[in-house]
Structures are given as C-alpha cells and as structure tokens.
Design a protein around this ligand. Structure first.
Ligand code: 5GP
Length: 229
C-alpha cells in the first residue's frame, strides 16, 4: 500500500515591523519538525551578518527580472525600492514532501499567495498596542531614525489590509504566540478575529506616535538652525 501522506500547508506570516516575526519563525522551526522556511530572493544588499542562501538569495535586478519572466517565483513585490520574491521550486517540493512551508512576507505578496493557493493559512502578528510596537522597534537599535519613520508609515498602510488575513495573533508572550500559531496551523482554529476597535485604537495611537516624531524632528531642526545663526 502506498503511504497516504498529506501535502504540507503553506503558512504565510506577516506583521508590523518590530513585532518579533523573525523570533517567532525561528521558534516554530526549532520547536516543531513539520515546518520549513522558504528563503526569499531580494535585490536589496545584505545587512551585516546576513548570508546568501540563508537569510536571502541576494541577486541583481536583472537576475530577479529573469526569475519573474521564467515563472520561477510564486509571488513577488516591491518594498522600499527593492524586489522581494518567493522561489517556486523549494515551496512546491517541500509541500509535496508533507512539510508545512513558512513564508515570512509582506502584505502584497501574501495577497498574491492567497489567490494562487486559497488553502494557504494567512497569519498576521501584531503587538498588543502601537506603543509597544514603537518601544520594540526603537529599542532594537538596528534602524536609522528615517528607517523607523518609514516603518511606522508602512504600518499605517498594513493596518488597512488586516481584514484580509485569516488569523490575527498578538505577540505578547513569545511562548504563547508560538504555541498559538502552531495550533492554528494544525487545527485552523484560534487567533483573534479582528476587533474593529483594536484597529481604530492601534491606528490612532500609531498616528499620534508619527506626529510626535515629526514634531520632535522639527524642533531639532529649528534648534540646529538657531545654533548656526
Ligand atoms: P527586510 O528588508 O527587512 O528583510 O524585509 C522587508 C519586508 O519584505 C518584510 O516585511 C519581509 O516580510 C518582506 N519580505 C521578505 N521576503 C519576501 C518575499 O519573498 N516576498 C514578499 N512579498 N515580501 C518579502
């Protein structure tokens, strides 16, 4: 008799910057052996410590565009002036082997995946509040002030797409978050349904933070100018 192994699932994980997506994904990979992570292709330059083939496949614009033409990518999107995309063959081979393949991708790519794979499980990870997101993003000290501002602005756009995800998971406690996501993948139940009040509260708090940062930047600029006079 042939073994009746199920095909693996496609698990899309998105979330605001600073929410701890990378840590959650690493824990899913180390705590459970049914997951594997798709390594994306990108045209952005490697950051310090990033390794080709591990964090990303770092390629030129020409190579990326050729992959698109050859149908080698399952999805792709532009983000901060660079291309990002998911190589098709790794995902298809591993799903056929029964592995649940994790894609850690942004919103536009997640929407393309849902169209092609309606059974994909789309999970959006959020912090409990925008204030907590700001604390984590600023606290990790890996981005410049300008990059932080851009990531807040990006979060404002991402909030608009929250309803399109199947599950929203709050990363308050890492262990709980990892267990909850694995539970969702295994049973397709759990997470919180999107509370419109959560969305409004998060968005207004986020806009306030952006506003305060703009005011502080203006004050710094004015101080520099008067100093120079
Ligand atoms: P970073 O440059 O910080 O590594 O990633 C920037 C954004 O690109 C993140 O939101 C990340 O989830 C997203 N991303 C990474 N790989 C892919 C991909 O293959 N496709 C899409 N659509 N987004 C990706």
């Amino acid at each position: 008799m042939t073994e009746n192994k199920r095909d693996g699932k496609l698990v899309v994980i998105s979330g605001f910057s600073g929410v701890g997506k990378g840590t959650v994904v690493n824990r899913l990979l180390s705590d459970y052996d049914h997951y594997t992570l798709s390594v994306s292709m990108t045209t952005r330059k490697p950051r310090e410590g990033e390794v080709h083939g591990v964090n990303y496949y770092f390629v030129s614009n020409e190579e990326f565009e050729e992959m698109i033409r050859n149908g080698g990518l399952l999805e792709h999107a532009g983000y901060a002036d660079h291309y990002y995309g998911t190589p098709r063959s790794f995902v298809e081979e591993n799903m056929a082997k029964g592995k649940d393949v994790i894609l850690e991708i942004e919103v536009q790519g997640a929407m393309q995946i849902k169209k092609v794979f309606p059974d994909a499980v789309l999970i959006f990870i959020t912090t409990p509040s925008a204030g907590e997101m700001a604390k984590r993003l600023i606290g990790r000290k890996t981005e410049t002030e300008e990059q932080i501002d851009n990531r807040f602005k990006r979060a404002v756009e991402e909030i608009e797409h929250l309803e399109k995800y199947d599950y929203i998971v709050v990363n308050d406690d890492l262990d709980d978050c990892v267990r909850e996501i694995n539970g969702i993948v295994e049973t397709e139940e759990g997470g919180v349904s999107l509370d419109p009040k959560f969305k409004t509260r998060f968005l207004s708090e986020l806009l306030e933070i952006i506003d305060e940062r703009m005011q502080a930047a203006r004050a710094r600029l004015a101080a520099e100018r008067s100093h120079r006079k």
